[in-house]
Design a protein around this ligand. Structure first.
Ligand code: NAD
Ligand code: DAU
Length: 339
Protein backbone atom coordinates (compact mmCIF):
# COMPACT_ATOMS: atom_id res chain seq x y z
CA UNK A 1 0.00 0.00 0.00
CA UNK A 2 1.34 3.46 -0.92
CA UNK A 3 0.10 7.04 -0.72
CA UNK A 4 0.22 9.19 -3.86
CA UNK A 5 -0.01 12.95 -4.27
CA UNK A 6 -1.25 13.85 -7.77
CA UNK A 7 -1.09 17.59 -8.50
CA UNK A 8 -3.16 19.10 -11.31
CA UNK A 9 -5.59 16.16 -11.17
CA UNK A 10 -8.61 18.34 -11.95
CA UNK A 11 -7.13 19.03 -15.39
CA UNK A 12 -7.17 16.98 -18.58
CA UNK A 13 -4.32 14.46 -18.24
CA UNK A 14 -4.20 14.31 -14.44
CA UNK A 15 -7.99 13.79 -14.32
CA UNK A 16 -7.80 10.87 -16.75
CA UNK A 17 -4.84 9.50 -14.77
CA UNK A 18 -6.82 9.51 -11.52
CA UNK A 19 -9.93 7.95 -13.12
CA UNK A 20 -7.81 4.96 -14.09
CA UNK A 21 -5.35 4.64 -11.20
CA UNK A 22 -7.71 5.15 -8.24
CA UNK A 23 -9.64 2.10 -9.52
CA UNK A 24 -6.63 0.12 -10.79
CA UNK A 25 -4.92 0.34 -7.38
CA UNK A 26 -7.69 0.27 -4.75
CA UNK A 27 -5.17 -0.61 -2.03
CA UNK A 28 -3.28 2.67 -2.63
CA UNK A 29 -4.41 6.08 -1.34
CA UNK A 30 -4.74 8.95 -3.82
CA UNK A 31 -4.72 12.63 -2.88
CA UNK A 32 -5.35 15.19 -5.63
CA UNK A 33 -4.09 18.73 -5.05
CA UNK A 34 -5.33 21.33 -7.52
CA UNK A 35 -5.66 25.13 -7.53
CA UNK A 36 -8.73 24.92 -9.84
CA UNK A 37 -7.54 27.52 -12.32
CA UNK A 38 -9.64 28.07 -15.45
CA UNK A 39 -8.31 24.66 -16.64
CA UNK A 40 -9.17 22.68 -13.53
CA UNK A 41 -12.71 21.43 -13.12
CA UNK A 42 -14.26 19.56 -10.21
CA UNK A 43 -16.79 17.92 -12.54
CA UNK A 44 -13.86 16.06 -14.09
CA UNK A 45 -13.31 14.35 -10.74
CA UNK A 46 -16.98 13.45 -10.12
CA UNK A 47 -16.60 9.80 -11.27
CA UNK A 48 -14.08 9.09 -8.46
CA UNK A 49 -15.05 11.67 -5.86
CA UNK A 50 -16.82 9.22 -3.56
CA UNK A 51 -14.30 6.38 -3.75
CA UNK A 52 -12.84 5.60 -0.29
CA UNK A 53 -9.19 5.74 -1.45
CA UNK A 54 -9.54 9.23 -3.03
CA UNK A 55 -9.34 12.71 -1.52
CA UNK A 56 -9.34 16.22 -3.04
CA UNK A 57 -7.39 19.17 -1.64
CA UNK A 58 -7.95 22.67 -3.03
CA UNK A 59 -4.50 24.35 -2.94
CA UNK A 60 -1.83 25.99 -5.05
CA UNK A 61 1.53 24.22 -5.58
CA UNK A 62 3.26 27.58 -5.08
CA UNK A 63 1.75 28.00 -1.59
CA UNK A 64 4.74 26.80 0.42
CA UNK A 65 3.10 26.83 3.82
CA UNK A 66 0.03 24.92 2.63
CA UNK A 67 2.07 22.39 0.65
CA UNK A 68 4.46 21.72 3.54
CA UNK A 69 1.57 21.30 5.98
CA UNK A 70 -0.08 18.79 3.64
CA UNK A 71 3.15 16.78 3.35
CA UNK A 72 3.56 16.82 7.13
CA UNK A 73 0.01 15.50 7.61
CA UNK A 74 -0.13 12.95 4.81
CA UNK A 75 3.35 11.32 4.57
CA UNK A 76 3.28 10.73 0.80
CA UNK A 77 5.27 7.92 -0.80
CA UNK A 78 5.00 9.24 -4.36
CA UNK A 79 4.41 12.70 -5.86
CA UNK A 80 3.32 13.03 -9.49
CA UNK A 81 3.32 16.63 -10.69
CA UNK A 82 0.83 17.27 -13.52
CA UNK A 83 0.00 20.79 -12.29
CA UNK A 84 0.99 23.42 -14.82
CA UNK A 85 -0.09 26.29 -16.99
CA UNK A 86 -0.26 24.27 -20.19
CA UNK A 87 -1.42 26.41 -23.13
CA UNK A 88 1.25 27.86 -25.46
CA UNK A 89 -0.94 30.74 -26.73
CA UNK A 90 -1.65 31.88 -23.17
CA UNK A 91 2.09 31.83 -22.39
CA UNK A 92 2.64 34.24 -25.27
CA UNK A 93 0.01 36.59 -23.76
CA UNK A 94 1.20 36.32 -20.15
CA UNK A 95 4.50 34.49 -19.44
CA UNK A 96 4.67 35.37 -15.71
CA UNK A 97 2.12 32.87 -14.40
CA UNK A 98 3.90 30.11 -16.39
CA UNK A 99 7.18 30.79 -14.58
CA UNK A 100 5.37 30.97 -11.26
CA UNK A 101 3.42 27.70 -11.50
CA UNK A 102 5.68 25.63 -13.74
CA UNK A 103 9.04 26.56 -12.16
CA UNK A 104 8.41 27.87 -8.62
CA UNK A 105 5.58 25.37 -8.10
CA UNK A 106 7.94 22.52 -9.05
CA UNK A 107 10.60 23.85 -6.68
CA UNK A 108 8.07 24.12 -3.84
CA UNK A 109 6.94 20.51 -4.29
CA UNK A 110 10.51 19.22 -4.43
CA UNK A 111 11.50 21.20 -1.32
CA UNK A 112 8.60 19.55 0.51
CA UNK A 113 9.75 16.15 -0.80
CA UNK A 114 13.24 16.82 0.55
CA UNK A 115 11.99 17.92 3.94
CA UNK A 116 9.46 15.16 4.56
CA UNK A 117 11.01 12.35 2.46
CA UNK A 118 9.41 10.42 -0.40
CA UNK A 119 10.12 7.30 -2.46
CA UNK A 120 9.89 9.18 -5.77
CA UNK A 121 9.02 12.57 -7.28
CA UNK A 122 7.78 12.35 -10.88
CA UNK A 123 7.73 15.39 -13.18
CA UNK A 124 5.25 15.30 -16.08
CA UNK A 125 7.02 17.16 -18.88
CA UNK A 126 6.66 17.63 -22.60
CA UNK A 127 8.32 17.07 -25.97
CA UNK A 128 8.23 20.86 -26.42
CA UNK A 129 11.39 21.22 -24.28
CA UNK A 130 13.35 19.91 -27.31
CA UNK A 131 12.20 22.76 -29.57
CA UNK A 132 11.14 21.68 -33.05
CA UNK A 133 12.30 19.63 -36.05
CA UNK A 134 12.37 20.75 -39.70
CA UNK A 135 9.45 19.65 -41.88
CA UNK A 136 11.72 18.27 -44.61
CA UNK A 137 13.61 15.79 -42.35
CA UNK A 138 11.10 13.02 -41.49
CA UNK A 139 14.08 10.85 -40.46
CA UNK A 140 14.74 13.00 -37.34
CA UNK A 141 13.17 12.28 -33.91
CA UNK A 142 13.65 13.63 -30.38
CA UNK A 143 15.56 11.23 -28.12
CA UNK A 144 16.30 11.71 -24.42
CA UNK A 145 19.77 12.93 -25.52
CA UNK A 146 18.41 15.72 -27.77
CA UNK A 147 19.52 19.08 -26.31
CA UNK A 148 16.90 21.30 -24.71
CA UNK A 149 15.94 24.11 -27.09
CA UNK A 150 12.61 25.61 -26.03
CA UNK A 151 10.68 28.05 -28.26
CA UNK A 152 7.76 29.50 -26.25
CA UNK A 153 7.52 30.87 -22.70
CA UNK A 154 5.50 27.71 -21.92
CA UNK A 155 8.17 25.32 -23.16
CA UNK A 156 10.96 27.42 -21.60
CA UNK A 157 9.20 27.16 -18.23
CA UNK A 158 8.80 23.38 -18.60
CA UNK A 159 12.47 23.06 -19.63
CA UNK A 160 13.54 25.14 -16.61
CA UNK A 161 11.51 22.86 -14.34
CA UNK A 162 13.11 19.74 -15.88
CA UNK A 163 16.59 21.16 -15.28
CA UNK A 164 15.66 21.94 -11.69
CA UNK A 165 14.44 18.36 -11.15
CA UNK A 166 17.72 16.97 -12.48
CA UNK A 167 19.67 19.44 -10.31
CA UNK A 168 17.73 18.35 -7.18
CA UNK A 169 18.53 14.75 -8.07
CA UNK A 170 22.25 15.39 -8.48
CA UNK A 171 22.75 17.91 -5.67
CA UNK A 172 20.37 16.64 -3.02
CA UNK A 173 19.88 13.03 -4.12
CA UNK A 174 16.12 13.56 -4.59
CA UNK A 175 14.67 10.32 -6.03
CA UNK A 176 12.98 11.42 -9.24
CA UNK A 177 11.96 10.61 -12.80
CA UNK A 178 10.86 12.82 -15.71
CA UNK A 179 8.54 11.89 -18.59
CA UNK A 180 8.37 13.94 -21.79
CA UNK A 181 5.28 13.23 -23.86
CA UNK A 182 3.99 14.35 -27.22
CA UNK A 183 0.55 16.00 -27.82
CA UNK A 184 -2.29 14.30 -25.96
CA UNK A 185 -5.97 14.06 -26.89
CA UNK A 186 -8.99 12.33 -25.36
CA UNK A 187 -11.88 12.98 -22.93
CA UNK A 188 -11.94 16.03 -20.62
CA UNK A 189 -9.51 18.16 -22.65
CA UNK A 190 -10.13 21.89 -22.22
CA UNK A 191 -11.63 23.28 -25.45
CA UNK A 192 -8.80 25.76 -26.04
CA UNK A 193 -6.58 22.97 -27.45
CA UNK A 194 -6.69 22.10 -31.16
CA UNK A 195 -8.78 18.91 -31.18
CA UNK A 196 -11.64 19.77 -28.75
CA UNK A 197 -11.70 23.36 -30.07
CA UNK A 198 -12.16 22.19 -33.65
CA UNK A 199 -14.84 19.65 -32.65
CA UNK A 200 -16.82 22.41 -30.90
CA UNK A 201 -16.46 24.87 -33.74
CA UNK A 202 -17.37 22.30 -36.40
CA UNK A 203 -20.47 21.30 -34.44
CA UNK A 204 -21.57 24.92 -34.09
CA UNK A 205 -20.98 25.65 -37.77
CA UNK A 206 -18.28 28.25 -36.95
CA UNK A 207 -15.06 28.84 -38.95
CA UNK A 208 -12.15 26.55 -37.93
CA UNK A 209 -9.06 28.78 -37.34
CA UNK A 210 -5.92 27.03 -38.64
CA UNK A 211 -2.70 28.89 -37.80
CA UNK A 212 -0.41 29.77 -40.74
CA UNK A 213 -0.50 27.17 -43.52
CA UNK A 214 -1.64 24.24 -41.32
CA UNK A 215 1.50 22.27 -42.26
CA UNK A 216 2.89 22.11 -38.71
CA UNK A 217 3.16 18.54 -37.49
CA UNK A 218 2.25 17.16 -34.05
CA UNK A 219 2.76 13.58 -32.77
CA UNK A 220 -0.64 12.66 -31.25
CA UNK A 221 -1.01 10.24 -28.34
CA UNK A 222 -4.24 9.08 -26.70
CA UNK A 223 -4.26 10.28 -23.08
CA UNK A 224 -4.72 6.77 -21.61
CA UNK A 225 -1.53 5.61 -23.31
CA UNK A 226 0.38 8.54 -21.79
CA UNK A 227 -0.98 7.71 -18.35
CA UNK A 228 -0.07 4.02 -18.61
CA UNK A 229 3.48 5.11 -19.42
CA UNK A 230 3.61 7.39 -16.35
CA UNK A 231 2.30 4.55 -14.17
CA UNK A 232 5.13 2.29 -15.41
CA UNK A 233 7.81 4.96 -14.95
CA UNK A 234 6.72 5.87 -11.42
CA UNK A 235 6.64 2.23 -10.28
CA UNK A 236 9.48 0.70 -12.31
CA UNK A 237 11.53 3.47 -13.94
CA UNK A 238 15.12 4.12 -12.99
CA UNK A 239 15.94 6.94 -10.63
CA UNK A 240 17.20 10.18 -12.21
CA UNK A 241 16.12 9.09 -15.71
CA UNK A 242 14.14 10.86 -18.44
CA UNK A 243 11.68 8.84 -20.56
CA UNK A 244 10.25 10.04 -23.89
CA UNK A 245 6.64 8.99 -24.62
CA UNK A 246 5.09 8.99 -28.08
CA UNK A 247 3.34 6.63 -30.46
CA UNK A 248 4.57 7.65 -33.96
CA UNK A 249 1.27 9.27 -34.91
CA UNK A 250 2.45 12.35 -36.75
CA UNK A 251 -0.20 14.41 -38.51
CA UNK A 252 -0.25 17.92 -39.96
CA UNK A 253 -2.74 20.24 -38.27
CA UNK A 254 -4.65 20.39 -41.55
CA UNK A 255 -4.95 16.58 -41.59
CA UNK A 256 -6.29 16.61 -38.02
CA UNK A 257 -8.89 19.26 -38.81
CA UNK A 258 -9.98 17.47 -41.99
CA UNK A 259 -10.31 14.17 -40.11
CA UNK A 260 -12.62 15.85 -37.58
CA UNK A 261 -14.73 17.48 -40.29
CA UNK A 262 -15.05 14.17 -42.16
CA UNK A 263 -16.07 12.30 -39.00
CA UNK A 264 -18.76 14.90 -38.31
CA UNK A 265 -19.97 14.98 -41.93
CA UNK A 266 -19.09 18.69 -42.27
CA UNK A 267 -17.66 20.60 -45.21
CA UNK A 268 -13.97 21.58 -45.43
CA UNK A 269 -15.15 25.06 -46.44
CA UNK A 270 -15.22 25.87 -42.72
CA UNK A 271 -11.39 25.81 -42.60
CA UNK A 272 -10.06 29.36 -42.24
CA UNK A 273 -6.35 30.14 -42.34
CA UNK A 274 -5.47 32.76 -39.71
CA UNK A 275 -2.36 34.61 -38.52
CA UNK A 276 0.38 32.21 -37.42
CA UNK A 277 1.34 31.65 -33.74
CA UNK A 278 4.55 33.65 -32.99
CA UNK A 279 7.55 31.27 -32.84
CA UNK A 280 5.29 28.40 -33.97
CA UNK A 281 7.15 25.07 -33.66
CA UNK A 282 7.17 23.24 -36.98
CA UNK A 283 7.31 19.55 -36.10
CA UNK A 284 7.42 17.39 -32.96
CA UNK A 285 8.26 13.69 -33.26
CA UNK A 286 9.24 11.41 -30.40
CA UNK A 287 11.52 8.39 -30.33
CA UNK A 288 10.01 6.21 -27.54
CA UNK A 289 12.57 3.38 -27.87
CA UNK A 290 13.89 3.74 -24.31
CA UNK A 291 10.54 3.29 -22.55
CA UNK A 292 9.55 0.49 -24.95
CA UNK A 293 12.76 -1.45 -24.31
CA UNK A 294 13.21 -0.77 -20.59
CA UNK A 295 9.62 -0.87 -19.38
CA UNK A 296 7.80 -2.71 -22.17
CA UNK A 297 5.40 0.22 -22.79
CA UNK A 298 3.40 0.20 -26.04
CA UNK A 299 0.56 2.51 -27.08
CA UNK A 300 -2.82 0.82 -27.48
CA UNK A 301 -4.40 3.47 -29.74
CA UNK A 302 -3.45 4.79 -33.17
CA UNK A 303 -4.69 8.25 -34.16
CA UNK A 304 -7.46 6.59 -36.21
CA UNK A 305 -8.72 4.48 -33.29
CA UNK A 306 -8.32 7.25 -30.67
CA UNK A 307 -9.95 10.14 -32.49
CA UNK A 308 -13.34 8.42 -32.85
CA UNK A 309 -14.06 7.94 -29.10
CA UNK A 310 -12.63 11.43 -28.50
CA UNK A 311 -15.10 13.02 -30.92
CA UNK A 312 -17.91 10.93 -29.45
CA UNK A 313 -16.99 11.99 -25.90
CA UNK A 314 -17.06 15.65 -26.92
CA UNK A 315 -20.48 15.24 -28.57
CA UNK A 316 -21.91 13.31 -25.59
CA UNK A 317 -20.61 15.73 -22.94
CA UNK A 318 -21.86 19.11 -24.07
CA UNK A 319 -22.79 19.96 -20.47
CA UNK A 320 -19.19 19.51 -19.22
CA UNK A 321 -18.00 21.64 -22.14
CA UNK A 322 -20.49 24.45 -21.59
CA UNK A 323 -19.67 24.47 -17.87
CA UNK A 324 -15.90 24.77 -18.38
CA UNK A 325 -16.42 27.38 -21.08
CA UNK A 326 -18.78 29.46 -18.94
CA UNK A 327 -16.94 29.14 -15.64
CA UNK A 328 -19.96 27.29 -14.18
CA UNK A 329 -17.54 24.86 -12.59
CA UNK A 330 -16.26 27.63 -10.30
CA UNK A 331 -19.77 27.74 -8.80
CA UNK A 332 -19.78 23.93 -8.51
CA UNK A 333 -16.49 24.13 -6.66
CA UNK A 334 -17.88 26.70 -4.20
CA UNK A 335 -20.96 24.52 -3.60
CA UNK A 336 -18.67 21.53 -3.04
CA UNK A 337 -16.49 23.47 -0.58
CA UNK A 338 -19.61 24.45 1.40
CA UNK A 339 -20.78 20.82 1.73
P1 NAD B 1 -4.46 21.29 -18.07
O1 NAD B 1 -4.22 22.73 -18.34
O2 NAD B 1 -5.64 20.62 -18.64
O3 NAD B 1 -4.54 21.05 -16.48
C1 NAD B 1 -3.65 21.67 -15.59
C2 NAD B 1 -4.18 21.45 -14.16
O4 NAD B 1 -3.24 22.03 -13.25
C3 NAD B 1 -5.53 22.12 -13.91
O5 NAD B 1 -6.36 21.27 -13.15
C4 NAD B 1 -5.16 23.37 -13.09
O6 NAD B 1 -6.20 23.79 -12.21
C5 NAD B 1 -3.95 22.85 -12.31
N1 NAD B 1 -3.06 23.93 -11.88
C6 NAD B 1 -2.60 24.97 -12.63
N2 NAD B 1 -1.83 25.78 -11.88
C7 NAD B 1 -1.79 25.22 -10.63
C8 NAD B 1 -1.15 25.59 -9.41
N3 NAD B 1 -0.39 26.68 -9.33
N4 NAD B 1 -1.32 24.79 -8.34
C9 NAD B 1 -2.10 23.67 -8.41
N5 NAD B 1 -2.74 23.30 -9.53
C10 NAD B 1 -2.59 24.07 -10.64
O7 NAD B 1 -3.11 20.55 -18.48
P2 NAD B 1 -2.89 19.11 -19.13
O8 NAD B 1 -3.02 19.22 -20.59
O9 NAD B 1 -3.68 18.12 -18.37
O10 NAD B 1 -1.33 18.91 -18.81
C11 NAD B 1 -0.91 18.29 -17.60
C12 NAD B 1 0.61 18.22 -17.59
O11 NAD B 1 1.07 17.47 -18.71
C13 NAD B 1 1.29 19.59 -17.69
O12 NAD B 1 2.41 19.57 -16.85
C14 NAD B 1 1.71 19.68 -19.15
O13 NAD B 1 2.85 20.49 -19.28
C15 NAD B 1 2.01 18.24 -19.46
N6 NAD B 1 1.84 17.81 -20.86
C16 NAD B 1 0.70 18.09 -21.54
C17 NAD B 1 0.53 17.60 -22.84
C18 NAD B 1 -0.73 17.86 -23.63
O14 NAD B 1 -0.78 17.54 -24.81
N7 NAD B 1 -1.78 18.43 -23.04
C19 NAD B 1 1.54 16.84 -23.42
C20 NAD B 1 2.71 16.59 -22.71
C21 NAD B 1 2.84 17.06 -21.41
O1 DAU C 1 3.53 18.64 -27.47
C1 DAU C 1 3.01 18.63 -26.19
C2 DAU C 1 2.26 19.93 -25.94
O2 DAU C 1 1.07 19.87 -26.71
C3 DAU C 1 1.94 20.15 -24.47
O3 DAU C 1 3.14 20.29 -23.76
C4 DAU C 1 1.07 21.41 -24.30
O4 DAU C 1 0.67 21.53 -22.94
C5 DAU C 1 -0.18 21.25 -25.17
O5 DAU C 1 -0.95 22.43 -25.09
C6 DAU C 1 0.20 20.98 -26.62
O6 DAU C 1 0.83 22.14 -27.22
P1 DAU C 1 0.51 22.59 -28.73
O7 DAU C 1 0.82 24.01 -28.88
O8 DAU C 1 1.10 21.62 -29.70
O9 DAU C 1 -1.10 22.31 -28.72
P2 DAU C 1 -2.33 23.15 -29.29
O10 DAU C 1 -3.54 22.28 -29.15
O11 DAU C 1 -2.39 24.52 -28.71
O12 DAU C 1 -1.98 23.30 -30.83
C7 DAU C 1 -1.73 22.17 -31.64
C8 DAU C 1 -1.35 22.68 -33.02
O13 DAU C 1 -2.51 23.28 -33.61
C9 DAU C 1 -0.27 23.76 -33.01
O14 DAU C 1 0.56 23.59 -34.14
C10 DAU C 1 -1.06 25.06 -33.12
C11 DAU C 1 -2.26 24.66 -33.96
N1 DAU C 1 -3.51 25.40 -33.68
C12 DAU C 1 -3.93 25.47 -32.39
C13 DAU C 1 -5.11 26.15 -32.08
C14 DAU C 1 -5.59 26.25 -30.63
C15 DAU C 1 -4.24 25.93 -34.72
O15 DAU C 1 -3.84 25.84 -35.89
N2 DAU C 1 -5.40 26.59 -34.42
C16 DAU C 1 -5.86 26.74 -33.14
O16 DAU C 1 -6.93 27.38 -32.92
Amino acid sequence: MAKFLVTGGAGFIGGNFLHTMVRRYPEDEWVCLDALTYAGNMETLEPIMDLPNFKFVHANICDRERVFKLFEEEHFDYVINFAAESHVDRSIENPGIFLQTNVIGTQTLMDACRKYGIKRYHQVSTDEVYGDLPLDRPDLFFTEETPIHASSPYSASKAAADLLVLAYHRTFGLPCTISRCSNNYGPYQFPEKLIPLMIQKAQRGEPLPVYGTGENVRDWLYVGDHNNAIDLIVRRGRDGEIYNIGGHNERTNLDVVKTILRALGKSEDAITFVKDRPGHDRRYAMDPTKIEKELGWRPTYTFETGIIPTIKWNLDNSQWISHVESGEYQLWMRRYAEK
